[in-house]
Design a protein around this ligand. Structure first.
Ligand code: ATP
Ligand code: MG
Length: 562
């Protein structure tokens, strides 16, 4: 599945293009390699679209591979969610669902091979000592006293590590590279550690587990990956991946790094997202405020809008903070074409039309989607009592307020012109009801005498509408970059206290009563909404606001002059 935008070239696409043109690569093979230790987020979507998109574009294929080397943090729930999310985004790995854990035996054999070549050794330093010996960016490291064990001793110890003879943390297998390397990753990195822990796939078969860095490059090699695409933070790990592949003398994929996506007003780190979930700042990984694919989906985003977003942000090497307004623009643009328009009143104010017959009901034609003539029309009931939005009325209108006010005439969408003739209040002076007259000659919303009104309001018939819960979401963080934490603060200090507003008794037009989970609508003048896939019940939909109609991106674009 591709975006709807024309392809903008980027450096990785150019490399692939060249490789094919010059015959270096016959068939492009990429992979998306998540670690199943959390739900996928919109940053991962960038990587997914890039990897699957390139393979599709150049007639190759892309694998889905779980880099499941750490049993402590990984769970089946995460595996399942990742599979669902990648599929939902519209990508297909066919029968190529792989796991690094499937390669554990091969990786183990390769480790023995490195030992036999004198390139790896068993080390008895504790994790703290290893850290201490590693040195710093400015100081070289110190060699481990166990570095010069014989091949025989190393083989024996490593086999006994596998056999479970030693406790956690007592030994590691390390690559013998260079403790004085300028690149800390090359200072005898750990290849295997002992963990007497069950793995979500291999169970208790193993008590030693390969480090991510030892497993990643070889997994790519096993799968014949041609272009190993990853984010910039792995650039410094590339020499180590190269070292393993070269010393094992196995097929050598090429690695290319690109800048990760950062999005304003949110965080894109699984660790931070996990904190939000565990500390109850949100209601789970799929909370519609979360930047996770599951959250975004529940919020009402379409896969197409995400793919379009990923194409628009492009692929480069320099990190930047993408404004969340661009993501919102992409969903608005998509839903504008497809979402049915309906009427819903979030803060109801009753209007009584005194010259409208008591028991009369008219069914008026409403256009389902002006952008899509094929969407047709529906009929909406009109009667003597209706609800309009509270803030569409002002008893003492301020300057620039053109909507309903005493003595003023406005249009009711698809219905009539009404004019406010009186206002009813309770004992405390709060407005309880607006009294209006209507002009029967304006049925459908136009006056035969061509007189104009300055506003068109949405409305619902009081006796036909139904009450529903509507959830209004806003940015999760008030700070543009919540990763940029001031001293003494925590990123959670920037959470927007108003990121969720629940309206219990919104009044919705009757057609919405049968709306199905996941269905998307435009509530006229209010925004795009979708039926919550978790809390809705048959005949009792709960609506999530996906996005308002206000295009902040247009404003930003103007100031950026792009
Ligand atoms: P996080 O930093 O959120 O914990 P991660 O890099 O540890 O993410 P992985 O499961 O290892 O998560 O990621 C799988 C792939 O997605 C990797 O190739 C990684 O480079 C890529 N990826 C992760 N975050 C982003 C991001 N923000 N933008 C683009 N690609 C990303
Ligand atoms: Mg990672």
């Amino acid at each position: 599945m591709q975006s709807e935008y024309p392809k903008v070239s980027n450096f990785i696409r150019s490399i692939v293009e060249q490789d094919i043109k010059e015959g270096r690569v016959k068939k492009v093979i990429t992979r998306f390699p998540p670690e199943p230790n959390g739900y996928l987020h919109i940053g991962h979507a960038k990587s997914i679209c890039l990897n699957f998109g390139l393979a599709e574009e150049f007639g190759g294929h892309c694998n889905l591979r779980f880099d499941d080397t750490n049993p402590s943090k990984e769970e089946q729930e995460y595996v399942d969610s990742i599979i669902e999310d990648v599929r939902w985004l519209g990508f297909d790995w066919e029968d190529r669902l792989y796991y690094a854990s499937d390669y554990f035996e091969q990786l183990y054999q390769w480790a023995e091979e490195l030992i036999k070549k004198g390139k790896a050794y068993v080390c008895d330093l504790t994790p703290e000592e290893i850290k201490e010996y590693r040195g710093t960016l400015t100081e070289p490291g110190k060699e481990s006293p166990y570095r010069n064990r014989t091949v025989e001793e190393n083989l024996d110890l490593f086999r006994r590590m596998r056999a479970g003879e030693f406790p956690d943390g007592s030994k590691t297998l390390r690559a013998k590279i260079d403790m004085s390397s300028g690149n800390i990753n090359m200072r005898d990195p750990v290849m295997y550690r002992i963990k007497h822990e069950s793995h979500h796939r291999t169970g208790d078969k193993w008590c030693i587990y390969p480090m991510y860095d030892y497993a990643h490059g070889q997994s790519d090699s096993i799968e014949g990956v041609t272009h190993s695409i990853c984010t910039m933070e792995y650039e410094d790990h590339r020499p180590l991946y190269d070292w393993y592949l070269d010393n094992l003398e196995i097929y050598h994929p090429r690695q290319y790094e690109f800048a990760r996506l950062n999005l304003s007003h949110t965080v894109l780190s699984k660790r931070k997202l996990l904190t939000l979930v565990q500390q109850g700042f949100v209601n789970g990984w799929d909370d519609p405020r979360m930047p996770t694919i599951a959250g975004i989906r529940r919020r009402g985003y379409t896969p197409q809008s995400i793919r379009n977003f990923c194409e628009r942000i492009g692929v480069g090497k320099k990190e930047s903070l993408v404004d969340i307004a661009l993501l919102e623009y992409c969903i608005r643009e998509d839903l504008n074409k497809t979402a049915q328009r309906v009427m819903a009143v979030l803060e109801p104010l009753k209007v009584v039309i005194i010259n409208y017959p008591e028991d009369k009901v008219e069914y008026l034609d409403a256009i389902n989607n002006p952008e899509d003539p094929a969407a047709g029309t529906r009929q909406i009931p009109f009667s003597k009592e209706i609800y309009i939005e509270k803030d569409d009325f002002m008893e003492h209108p301020v300057k620039d307020f053109y909507r309903l006010a005493p003595g003023r005439e406005v249009r009711l969408r698809y219905a009539y012109f009404i004019k406010c003739v009186d206002v009813k209040k309770d004992a405390d002076g709060n407005i309880t009801e607006i009294i209006c007259t209507y002009d029967p000659a304006t049925r459908g919303g136009d006056a035969p005498d061509k007189r104009k009104v300055k506003a068109t309001l949405h409305w619902v018939s009081a006796s036909h509408c139904f009450e529903a819960e509507v959830r209004l979401y806003d940015k999760l963080f008030t700070k543009e970059d919540p990763n940029d934490v001031e001293e003494g603060k925590d990123f959670t200090d920037y959470i927007n206290p108003n990121s969720l507003k629940i309206i219990k008794n919104a009044r919705l037009e009757p057609s919405l009563q049968t709306a199905k989970k996941g269905e998307r609508f435009q509530f006229e003048r209010l925004g795009y909404f979708c039926v919550d896939s978790v809390d809705s019940k048959e005949g009792c939909p709960v609506f999530n606001r996906t996005v308002t109609l206000k295009d902040e991106w247009a404003k930003i674009k103007k100031t950026l002059n792009v």
